[in-house]
Design a protein around this ligand. Structure first.
Ligand code: GAP
Length: 427
């Protein structure tokens, strides 16, 4: 049975994620990504980008700065309202979130029931010069609303998309892997609509978003939708729906969709005196567009996708007990194909190297000639490589190799000249 501890140690061992600066005893809520983690993360972002930017003519992109002026967060309400309720233990002074899973009315550290009332703490990081590190990418899209509109000549409805680093001064409990971080990436879209069409587009985005979550590789049984009750809505929201994922420590927010109304554009316009309205040709009136915002943390998605794909064999299938296989969507796999010579002789290594050279510019691949072939297959299964190609004794005779499929372990022969086409159609 998989559990969070075996999962985290595998993720480190296989180069997906490392606690940042671990040799200096780590930095709470900050993680680094190893080679396979970096490739995997890039593939997640590319998948999102392809789906919501490249394949849509109504969504464009922007890359806005991380450093943000205080005035922007005054207008957006973050300075006042971007807070989390925290409880402080009066005995040992530990501070923890009021919604922390371990909190059962007693201090999560020393067990004392001498606790403060929940107090609000602002989650933004301020720099020494007074600017802030943004806690979300959204404001960078609102302050670029007019620039984008003018330079792309889009008409309402249209969206601005962005993926970027965000920072929150969160209290992080150990063992939650990438769930709650202080430095993380958000992928979000601000979709601008006519105020009378907000409910229609909200529903459209719900469908698009649900398809995205399942297309990328999460199963429906591990996802559930949660509508925020009115009293718990963020300061800018008329309606918010979250998608929760069944993380190893329970159902938790993975992603959200909010109707931000005209809150942000109106406030930025009022604070700066800049006109952020649209002229409606039908009614001959100006209006502030409403905003529908689908948002997701890339690291949370990274975590969910890995957890979903991670299996430890119980020995009842073709794998031995305890062997790990990562059944990732091949589009997200860090390495798409591994190329092996069966043995390092009779020219097999040269042929395998040649195949690797021919493929490596077109597809993410890896060459491996160390250890037994079985161990090489195992290693690739563990990092989710969908295909392994082996050059063997027959290759010289008829220019063919074996190609092995990760999830079934089945192999078939294929001509070297057909290899790339085969991979392209099956990934
Ligand atoms: N612009 C809206 C916004 O920022 P949010 O729900 O606060 O909304 C968006 O954050 C997404 O970012 C969340 O759905 C979650 O996936 C991710 N997220 C939020 N806080 C996070 C944290 N401390 N660590 C990792 N991911 C986080």
């Amino acid at each position: 049975m998989k559990n969070i501890d075996s999962f985290i140690s595998w993720a480190k061992r296989r180069g997906f994620a490392f606690e940042s600066q671990e040799m200096y005893s780590g930095l709470s809520g900050v993680w680094d990504f190893g080679y396979y983690g970096t490739l995997f993360k890039k593939n997640i972002k590319d998948f999102w980008w392809k789906k919501f930017v490249e394949s849509r003519s109504d969504v464009v992109a922007v890359e806005s700065s991380i450093l943000t002026k205080e005035d922007v967060f005054k207008a957006s309400g973050h300075l006042e309202s971007f807070t989390d309720p925290m409880i402080e233990c009066q005995k040992c002074r530990t501070r923890f979130r009021a919604d922390e899973a371990k909190f059962k009315g007693k201090c999560v550290s020393c067990g004392s029931d001498n606790l403060s009332e929940p107090k609000k703490f602002n989650l933004m990081f301020q720099t020494q010069l007074g600017e802030y590190l943004r806690p979300e990418t959204a404001q960078g899209m609102f302050v670029n609303f007019k620039n984008t509109l003018e330079t792309t000549r889009k008409k309402i409805p249209f969206g601005i998309a962005q993926i970027g680093k965000s920072f929150r001064n969160e209290l992080v409990s150990s063992g939650n892997f990438l769930f709650r971080l202080r430095e993380f990436e958000i992928a979000e879209i601000e979709y601008f609509v006519h105020p009378e069409e907000d409910d229609y587009y909200f529903n459209q985005w719900q469908k698009d978003w649900e398809n995205f979550l399942t297309d990328i590789g999460l199963s429906e049984k591990n996802l559930k939708k949660f509508s925020h009750p009115k009293k718990d809505l963020a300061h800018y929201s008329k309606k918010t729906v979250d998608w929760q994922y069944k993380f190893p420590f329970g159902w938790k927010e993975l992603s959200g969709l909010a109707n931000r109304t005209d809150f942000d554009l109106k406030n930025h316009s009022q604070k700066t005196g800049k006109d952020l309205t649209i002229f409606d040709e039908k009614s001959n009136k100006k209006y502030f567009p409403y905003v529908i915002e689908p948002t997701i943390g890339i690291e949370r998605l990274f975590f969910a996708l890995l957890w979903e794909a991670f299996e430890i064999s119980d020995g009842q299938n073709r794998l031995n007990k305890g062997e790990i296989i990562l059944k990732l969507n091949p589009k997200l796999s860090p390495i798409k194909v591994a190329i092996f010579p069966l043995v390092n002789k009779e020219g097999m290594d040269k042929s395998a190297q040649q195949i690797f050279e021919d493929l490596k510019e077109k597809i993410s691949c890896e060459y491996d000639d160390k250890g037994s072939i079985g161990r090489r297959y195992r290693r690739q299964d563990e990092i989710g490589t969908p295909f392994c190609v082996t050059v063997d004794g027959e290759t010289k005779k008829n220019n063919s190799v074996t190609i092995r499929q990760r999830d079934t372990g089945r192999q078939k022969r294929i001509k070297i000249k057909d290899l790339y086409n085969y991979l392209e159609t099956n990934i």
